[in-house]
Every structure is written in structure tokens, then in C-alpha cells.
Write a protein that binds this ligand. Structure first.
Ligand SMILES: [Zn+2]
Length: 187
């Protein structure tokens, strides 16, 4: 039986920046130090990065892109993603998909460990890729999404970014440096 691919995780190079550097301390749990839900929409005014890529991630796993990537993305999914400027003088935007996707974390055997009894967040969430999903119609071929779960550990936790199958092709054609994909399968 061949596996049906319904979307992809998109990955890219590490740009060396730290997204949460300078974030106000009241956005973090006083007990475990994780970002609280109230801090989910935080964005820095002036992100410092080592290098500018069309699409990359900060050291703490936030997706950052250039205006070239913004144009490419908006041709495919003008309503499903917003781009937040995070630098005063550089071509840097936070990629912020508006829709959340729930993958089958049980099927993937995603590990949820060290739950904080104050904020309720897990300090470690491991195992995103390959993804599995029960309903193919959840992911529009042209769309951008984020997972409802923030993968990783501690302050480096962030939702994974997902593209539909057609959007993946559109991005692939551009040959953006260091960008690669991993599949999400229909169960
Ligand atoms: Zn906590």
C-alpha cells in the first residue's frame, strides 16, 4: 500500500537569532520558565540574526522569512498566513500561519514529558516528523498551517510549520537556500 502525502513540515537553516531574547519576563511561567499562552503572539521589534535567508529559523525555532518568501507565500495562500516585521532595518518577517492543525500524536508516538503543575505546559515535546493525519481535507493543498502543539524543549518550543502539497511545490521551485520538507501522511 502506498502512503498518501497530504502535506509537509517545512524546515530551514538556523539564522542564529534568538526570538525570545528580550521578551518581558511576565510572558513566562514563574515556575518552569516556559512561554505562557499569553505570550504566544509576542514578536521582537528588532531581531538580531547572524545571516539573512529567504526562509530560516531562529535558534529557538521561530520561522523567519524575507520579503521574497512573503511574495511567494501570498500568491498561494493570501488569507491563511500573516507576516510580522521583526526588524527595523533588515528584511525579516515572522511567518505566522493562522490555522492550527491537530496531527495524530498517538500514531506518531509523540512524547509529552515533564508537565508543569502551574502553567500546564510540557517542558519536552518530542517527535513531530513524519506526521500522520486522519482527515486529508484538513490541509488545503495551497495552505499554510501550524501545529497545535509546540515541539521542542523549554524556551525553544514552537509550533511546527506545515504547507499543503501544492504550496510545497511552489516553494520548491524557488530553490530557497537550505529549505527542505518532511511528509505528513494520511493514515
Ligand atoms: Zn510552568
Amino acid at each position: 500500500m502506498s502512503k498518501v502525502i497530504v502535506g509537509y513540515f517545512i524546515y530551514g537553516p538556523d539564522n542564529g537569532g534568538i526570538f525570545l531574547d528580550g521578551a518581558p519576563s511576565d510572558l513566562f511561567c514563574p515556575k518552569c520558565g516556559l512561554l505562557l499562552s499569553s505570550g504566544e503572539n509576542y514578536a521582537p521589534e528588532n531581531l538580531h540574526t547572524g545571516r539573512i535567508y529567504p526562509f530560516s529559523f531562529t535558534n529557538d525555532n521561530r520561522p523567519i522569512c524575507s520579503s521574497e518568501f512573503v511574495s511567494t507565500a501570498l500568491t498561494s495562500d493570501p488569507d491563511g498566513v500573516s507576516f510580522v516585521g521583526v526588524s527595523k532595518d533588515k528584511d525579516l518577517f515572522l511567518v505566522s500561519p493562522r490555522r492550527k492543525v491537530t496531527l495524530d500524536y498517538a500514531r506518531r508516538k509523540t512524547i509529552f514529558a515533564n508537565k508543569c503543575n502551574l502553567c500546564g505546559h510540557y517542558a519536552e515535546i518530542a517527535g513531530a516528523s513524519p506526521g500522520f493525519i486522519k482527515d486529508a481535507s484538513t490541509i488545503d493543498p495551497n495552505g499554510f498551517y501550524r501545529t497545535d502543539v509546540s515541539f521542542g524543549s523549554g524556551k525553544a518550543q514552537a509550533p511546527a510549520v506545515i504547507t499543503g502539497t501544492r504550496l510545497k511545490e511552489i516553494i520548491d521551485v524557488k530553490g530557497f537556500l537550505g529549505v527542505y520538507f518532511k511528509p505528513i501522511f494520511l493514515e
